[in-house]
Write a protein that binds this ligand. Structure first.
Ligand code: ZN
Ligand code: FE
Length: 253
C-alpha cells in the first residue's frame, strides 16, 4: 500500500510525500516549501523521485527548482500552465496517467481556481490529491475560471468513488465550516461535521484528508445541484448559477 506523509507547510498549506515501499518511489505533491520537504523526506528515509504539481501558484510549485536540484527528481506539471511553472520535466493533460511504482494516478481537469489546475486520482489507492480545487467543506477561490468551468470540475470529482480519500492543499476547514453552516443551515450532516471540525482544531489536529462521501453530504459547493440548495439560493434547476452564488457569497463572507 502507498504511504502518505502529511505535514504543515507555510501558514496553512499541507505538504504531502507519497511513498511506494515496493519500488521506493516517492512523490512530492506540490512544493510549498522545499526545505520542509527535503527535511521530512530525510526523516522518513525516503528518496524523492518525483514532484506532482496541481497548479502554478507559488505555494504549490515554488519549491520545484530547489527540490529538483537537491534530488534530481522528475517534475510533472499541468501542460496548460507550462508558461508559469518552473523546472518541469513532463507536462501532463487531463486523461494522462502518471505512475508511482505500480500505482497509477489519473490526471483530472479541475480548472477554476486556476485555468489549468489538475488533480491526481489514484483509483488503486482510493485517494485523490486535489490541490486548491476542492477543500474540506469548501472549494478554492475562482481566480481564473468561470462558474461553469469550476462546477464542471467539481462534477468530475463528484463522479469519483465515494470512499476516495481527498487530500486538499490547505487547512481551511474551520473557516469553510462557518460559511457552510450559513449557506445550508438545516443540514444535520453538516452540523455534526462542523462540530467535529471545531473539536479537532481545538486540539490542533488536521481535518484533512476528508472523504468524498462526507463532502457529498455537507460541502455546499458540491451540493449546488441539490434542489433544496438551489431553492435556498434562488436558482431552482440551475447548478451553475447556484455554484456562482455560493462562491460569490463565500468571497465576501
Ligand atoms: Zn492556489
Ligand atoms: Fe494554495
Amino acid at each position: 500500500m502507498l504511504e502518505v506523509h502529511q505535514f504543515p507547510c507555510l501558514s496553512d498549506n499541507y505538504g504531502y510525500l507519497l511513498h511506494d515501499p515496493v519500488s521506493g518511489d516517492t512523490a512530492c505533491i506540490d512544493t510549498p516549501d522545499a526545505e520542509a520537504y527535503l527535511r521530512e523526506a530525510g526523516h522518513k528515509g525516503w528518496q524523492i523521485t518525483q514532484i506532482w504539481n496541481t497548479h502554478w501558484h507559488p505555494d504549490h510549485a515554488g519549491g520545484n527548482a530547489a527540490i529538483k536540484a537537491a534530488t534530481g527528481c522528475t517534475v510533472i506539471a499541468s501542460a496548460a500552465e507550462a508558461d508559469r511553472t518552473a523546472a518541469v520535466d513532463r507536462f501532463v493533460s487531463p486523461g494522462d496517467v502518471v505512475q508511482l511504482g505500480d500505482f497509477e494516478a489519473q490526471v483530472i481537469d479541475v480548472g477554476g481556481h486556476t485555468l489549468g489546475h489538475i488533480a491526481y486520482h489514484l483509483p488503486g489507492a482510493s485517494m485523490a490529491f486535489v490541490g486548491d480545487s476542492l477543500f474540506a467543506l469548501g472549494c478554492g477561490r475562482m481566480f481564473e475560471g468561470t462558474p461553469e468551468q469550476f462546477w464542471t470540475s467539481l462534477s468530475r470529482l463528484k463522479a469519483l468513488p465515494a470512499e476516495t480519500l481527498v487530500y486538499c492543499a490547505h487547512e481551511y476547514t474551520a473557516s469553510n465550516a462557518r460559511f457552510a453552516v450559513h449557506a445550508d443551515p438545516d443540514n444535520a450532516d453538516l452540523a455534526s461535521y462542523a462540530a467535529r471540525v471545531a473539536a479537532l482544531r481545538a486540539e490542533g489536529k488536521p481535518t484533512v484528508p476528508t472523504t468524498l462521501a462526507r463532502e457529498f453530504k455537507a460541502n455546499p459547493f458540491l451540493r449546488a445541484d441539490d434542489p433544496a440548495m438551489q431553492a435556498r439560493w434562488g436558482h431552482p434547476g440551475d447548478a451553475v448559477a447556484t455554484f456562482a452564488a455560493l462562491r460569490g457569497a463565500k468571497d465576501t463572507f
